[in-house]
Write a protein that binds this ligand. Structure first.
Ligand code: ZN
Ligand code: ZN
Length: 265
């Protein structure tokens, strides 16, 4: 049994209801080998004002205590999910100085004009918005010392069908090539399954392009904000990954990435 989830929110994230102890107990019961808590640190004013920024010092202390307490039963990583990393480096520099996290997810939640792509919105995004979204993801991957690119394509989570975004194919290829060159892992985020989009993100064609280009670093993220949602589509996701030819998961250590065979259940 070999399950890994590298994207989990506990209550240090203002939008999560999941108690850490309950998440860890469920991870033990469901045969996880390692999990990463990746609470939100969003420093852009528009996000910070809406969601707040937790105390990183308190967060580190809390996770380190859990690491000690569950040492014999669960490997727990101190992770962070940082929104728009490339635009907030004065703050991330200070955060990294306090203690470098074991794992850093870089994510795009808002466009350059402040439009939030990670919450439900009325119409599908315009071509200019979609271009802005992927350009921001490219800048993030080119400029930031992140380990994982989080939820590429998250704006589609509340869509009910796959939109035609073929006009960003070459931009997505550039993102994938940057990930490979900079050894940033591609996250397969299965939160869309519990919204209205019947796929993980990024979708199978993007995953296949990444693998075809020689990409080897794939992680699975539940992006869960409740205990109930943690693990809810893991087996389903792992099975699809395996069917797509992705046979290994990326595992992080202080020395960098290694891989382990992907287990299906
Ligand atoms: Zn996110
Ligand atoms: Zn998240």
């Amino acid at each position: 049994m070999n399950k890994y989830d590298y994207h989990i929110h506990g209550t240090f994230s203002s939008d999560s209801t999941a108690a850490y102890g309950d998440l860890i107990q469920k991870a033990i019961n469901e045969n996880y080998k390692q999990i990463a808590f990746t609470d939100h640190f969003d420093f852009l004013p528009s996000e910070a004002l809406e969601y707040g920024v937790p105390s990183y010092t308190e967060y580190v202390k809390h996770i380190e205590n859990l690491q000690t307490k569950f040492k014999s039963s669960m490997s727990i990583l101190l992770g962070v999910e940082i929104g728009e990393f490339h635009r907030v480096t004065p703050y991330t520099d200070r955060l990294f100085k306090i203690r470098k996290p074991d794992l850093t997810i870089g994510s795009i939640h808002v466009l350059t004009d402040g439009f939030n792509v990670s919450v439900p919105f009325n119409e599908i995004m315009t071509k200019n918005q979609v271009l802005d979204y992927y350009n921001e993801n490219l800048a993030l991957c080119e400029q930031s010392p992140i380990n994982i690119l989080g939820h590429l394509g998250i704006h589609k989570r509340y869509y009910t069908q796959t939109p035609d975004e073929s006009y960003v194919d070459s931009l997505i290829d550039k993102i994938l090539e940057t990930l490979i060159k900079r050894e940033i892992a591609l996250e397969i985020n299965y939160s869309p399954f519990r919204k209205t989009y019947n796929s993980f993100l990024p979708e199978i064609p993007v995953l296949k392009r990444y693998l075809n280009k020689g990409g080897k670093l794939v992680t699975i993220g539940s992006d869960s904000h409740s205990v109930e949602n943690f693990d809810d589509n893991y087996n389903h996701t792992a099975k699809i990954l395996s069917d797509c030819g992705c046979k290994e998961l990326a595992i992080i250590s202080p020395n960098g990435w290694t891989t382990t065979p992907l287990s299906c259940f």
